[in-house]
Design a protein around this ligand. Structure first.
Ligand code: CMP
Length: 139
């Protein structure tokens, strides 16, 4: 059975552009329950650790610098089939290729500045949720 949680980060440009509320509204309207949430600024080291799986890629350095250069909101989202349903809600990594109405199509600017992160598997959702949240920070 598919897992019930996924981990999202709302990225710095989306918060700085005033779209945090719009994005959270879309997430809640789609039936996700927020079971943990925090506003924070990642250190470069934390961003590098979070995206370690991408460290061989050319985009790793600009991505981790971008993600540690402003505020992010991290959240655990709960729902049946959370990983798959959230990936449908946010759309393709490149906002210009994402379907109409998806969060990345609406609020993303480029492949790097694509408004939100979403876990790509149940296994990574657990790892990523544990990266940000202790048990005391979940409801
Ligand atoms: P995210 O869901 O946060 O997971 C990995 C991130 O790497 C992805 O969203 C993009 O922001 C970024 N990314 C993936 N591919 C590229 C690329 N080709 N160029 C720039 N950034 C990328």
């Amino acid at each position: 059975m598919a897992g019930r949680i996924t981990l999202t980060m709302i990225k710095p440009h989306a918060i700085e552009n005033g779209n945090l509320g719009n994005i959270l509204a879309k997430i809640i309207e789609a039936g996700f329950r927020i079971s943990g949430m925090k506003l924070m600024r990642l250190s470069l080291k934390q961003a590098q650790e979070f995206y370690k799986i991408h460290e061989e890629h050319d985009f790793y350095k600009p991505l981790t610098e971008f993600m540690s250069n402003g505020p992010i909101v991290a959240a655990i989202l709960e729902k049946d089939d959370a990983v798959e349903d959230f990936r449908k809600l946010i759309g393709a990594t490149d906002p210009s290729k994402a379907d109409e109405g998806t969060i990345r199509r609406l609020f993303g600017q480029s492949t790097k500045e694509n408004a939100v992160h979403g876990s790509d598997s149940d296994e990574n959702a657990k790892i990523e949720a544990d990266f940000f949240f202790s048990l005391l920070e979940r409801y």
